[in-house]
Design a protein around this ligand. Sequence first.
Ligand code: AMP
Length: 549
Amino acid sequence: MSPPFSLGQMMSQPLLICDLLEYAAQHHEHGGIISKRLEGDIHHYSYKEALKRSKQLANALTQLGAKQGDRIGTLAWNGYRHFECYYGISGMGAICHTINPRLFSEQIEYIIQHAQDNILLVDACFIHLIEPIIEKLPSVKGIVVMIDEDHMPKTSLDNMYNYEALIAQQSTEFTWPRLDPQSAACLCYTSGTTGNPKGVLYSHESTVLHAFASRNPDALNISSDSVVMPVVPMYHVCAWGMPYIAPMAGATLVLPGSGMGGEDLYTLIDHANVDLMLGVPTVWLGLLEYLNKQNLKIPSVKTVGVGGAASPRALVEALDKQHNIYLLPIWGMTETSPLATLGAKHKAMDNMTDNERYKIQTSAGKPMFGIEMEIFDEQTNAPLPHDGISRGLLRVRGPWVIKQYYKSDNNDCLVKDSLGQDWFDTGDIATLDSHSYLRIVDRAKDVVKSGGEWISSIDLENAALGCDGVNEACVIGVKHEKWDERPLLFIVKNEKPLAKETVYQFLNEKVAKWWLPDDIIFVKELPHTATGKLQKRTLRDEYWEYLIK
Ligand code: AMP
């Protein structure tokens, strides 16, 4: 019987992550991976070698009892072994759960429990994060330490394996299962405004589609000639997809390990002739400072992709004027895989004044094909004009945008517009202009983003409220030259005497050090809305530049 007339008659090969590496190994013998290792040296290998070792890892995990659908956690910097986890784990049909080592102990424990990880692959430098909580992680049956055998750390942990010893015994042959392309491939938790972190579960198909879109000329513009270095960590939204995009393009992938400081980055850029780098503004400020102090240049670098926070004009200008580098602005979220909008360089910019160009480069760019976005009025839920002035709730949708958090029993992260269409509500407040350039102007969600990582204002307020003498507490994010934003704590005291030092001492035991507010301001009262909610926007407007000298 012939198929219905309305169906196309083309093959439907599943889009699977393993095929990205198979492709690179087969067709791009010049591309490969350059990694700064925790052992101290710089390691080079081809995609062919990466493929063999990923298959050895898949065999090893199978031998340890891992099955399709299992969650296997990683706690690791950007390195070639972590890259092999991306392919070995997802390729065999398990889920690669990248854990952020900067979260504090209770959060790491929570997400491993929530994901029910049964094997952890851990860089030697992160073993100390697991030791104190292992008793509370009954799902974890084995821990694989990713380091050379002769650098294995001493530890009290049982069921430990050395990565190299483990994979050395395995065959380099492994037949990747032909999975349903909608199968889960990778899991990444994001810290919400309050409560526990939430998991975002990417599929094989969403990951491959995101890679297709992201490598385009009007996006990251990556080809087999490119040498790309994600300085954004592989535990934070899969290093913005770069470990998938680079093999798809046959590009050289440069992984900086734990070396995110200026000197380390410079050494690797110079060694590998990097031409595209990605990361949050804080990293580039550190690199620029080092280059200026040492009077060094990085002529191979043509583009620096900046996301996770707004691109400051001073950074755009310094990269342009001092290094002839184009700052490529990016907006995205863990929930959007993450790339959604980019401000790529285009010909018309040649005839623009610096000011006109910098205006585009300090925006968040425009959507890639596949991403729809709209801004909505907070009160009426109606779409707002794209005039560059009207500010509204930013909502997005597309094939690499979340529809439901991991293990959530509802899709309440989605909202309906007046036509009944579903959108993901980003929690960002934005404007769109007549050329579709997006600008993030505020956040509806109650968080502070410091150096690319989240601090929950509500959790910090709740911690402060526990301190004797505090009547009311309010945390806002204010501008910081290095970290982009830092928390500022406002306190309304009761009649008891209370010193700043006492509050700091109290908080020190309740939250991670990098969550501690940069200052505490005692006020008589705090601004509230008619419904009694803290009116943070008023405080943000007044104190935005408080920490800037
Ligand atoms: P994450 O899920 O940790 O990647 O954080 C995503 C959030 O970072 C967004 O919802 C924004 O609040 C913020 N963000 C990302 N890119 C930008 C940008 N270009 N401008 C301003 N804020 C940004």
